[in-house]
Design a protein around this ligand. Sequence first.
Ligand SMILES: NC(=O)C1=CN([C@@H]2O[C@H](COP(=O)(O)OP(=O)(O)OC[C@H]3O[C@@H](n4cnc5c(N)ncnc54)[C@H](O)[C@@H]3O)[C@@H](O)[C@H]2O)[C@@H](O)CC1
Ligand SMILES: [K+]
Length: 494
Amino acid sequence: MHAAKHHRHLYTVEQVRALDRRAIDELGMTGFELMSRAAAAAFAHLCRHWPQARHIAVFCGPGNNGGDGYLLASLAHDAGMMVEVVELSDEPHGDAARARDAWQRHGASTRRWQPDTTLPRADTYVDALYGTGLNRAPEAAIADLIECINASATPVLALDVPSGLNADTGHCPGVAIRAALTVSFIAAKRGAHTGQAASKVGVLQLDTLGLPDVLWQNVHADASLLEPSCLPPRERDAHKGDAGHVLAIGGDHGTAGAIRLCGEAALRGGAGLVSVATRIENLMALNAARPELMAHGVHGPQELQALLDRADVLAVGPGLGQGAWGHALWLTALDSGKPLVLDADGLNLLAREPRRFAAPAVLTPHPGEAARLLGKTIADVQWDRFASARALAQRYGAVVVLKGAGSLIADPNGRLDVCIWGNPGMASGGMGDLLTGVIAALLAQGCSAWDAARMGVGLHARAGDIAARNGERGLLASDLLEPLRALSNGIERD
Ligand SMILES: NC(=O)C1=CN([C@@H]2O[C@H](COP(=O)(O)OP(=O)(O)OC[C@H]3O[C@@H](n4cnc5c(N)ncnc54)[C@H](O)[C@@H]3O)[C@@H](O)[C@H]2O)[C@@H](O)CC1
Ligand SMILES: [K+]
């Protein structure tokens, strides 16, 4: 059963535990009853997703996630399926022990996992090894089991969260189950939506176990899922001045393409005017490729100043370089105090010379840039993307888009949205330049930094998904420009 209004809310593991406790303390449920509902919900999803399944194997861990598994095995057995349970050597306790007793009364096949044994044959595997209680990397014997499950051709239903994935952060401390379907119970865990989760969860379903709406009332959620949005239609009497003037700054020797893509994306994102400040050598190519861009060759700060005075919003960084030319333009641009979007070398320069932003600012780092901005390693950043995005927003006084699968948008007050659109085809050159341009265009059209970042990330990712319908491999950044325009106008073509 779905309660749509809770679907947008994402919770930390601690918040999910508080919800579980609330169901027990305030709704008078028992933990075992919740476990029974979780098992029944997951079994229903299994039957819906794999209607042909007659033979299942359930892998049960020692905690309540394993308890869900034993009860699901019992239900499947009662329904006439062939069921095998594979359990770990750790003894279950509490409700999980009771669930195991219930399963054992069925007298059906149960065996302990031993390395070097073969996995049971089945139509579907059920992963009930670890859920929200995962507190370290699975040790060798269990890692071996997880790898065998992943290597088999049998599709996996993960209960609550794929085992090995940290439901809080989206990070896998070791190996993790690659599920075809994950049925998450009671509340959406934030870690299932970003980072390594993207390759683990498969189809993600939330089941609220038939609990009443009061359960979620006044319970704070940590983050939200991004919803599709675009600006309202233009006024009929609009003129180009109403839609703002973006100045894109970058394109050092050999990187003219980056600033061109950024400028084009600003045009497609609806900016009224887009100027480009770049190396003189890029002018001919830019004018020929996209005459709507007003390209200016600049040697240094003086020429840039005149352009800055006319601009409403700056997009600083695509192809900027970190040499003397790029640094001088960067400094002049930031000192202008104009609202801006900072990307690529704009961010690398910021890591060298940190400052906080007073005017609306959006930073769009990928994990490598984020690591430099935080003075950490990429692994540190990815260990907890939520904490990293929030730390960046606070440190720099800006809205931050932490890119990568499940992009996060964070503001200095701790607000955080997660984007679940986008695809691996977008891991290619020029995609970031487009995002910078779109966000700048939205700022220029009057959005706050928070709204421009959220809307821009959503439009960009959804445009990527539309463009990838012809295949992810070989997707070009410029393929996104046409769908970007459609989506910016609220049009989605199938
Ligand atoms: N508490 C509740 O009210 C409900 C809980 N439910 C289920 O319970 C799960 C949470 O249960 P638990 O908190 O018992 O936690 P888990 O079942 O996720 O795992 C906890 C157990 O695994 C061990 N463990 C964790 N990581 C390990 C590792 N890497 N290697 C070896 N052992 C490891 C822990 O020491 C502990 O014994 C949820 O994900 C959900 O599936 C559901 O039944 C619905 C209701
Ligand atoms: K699991």
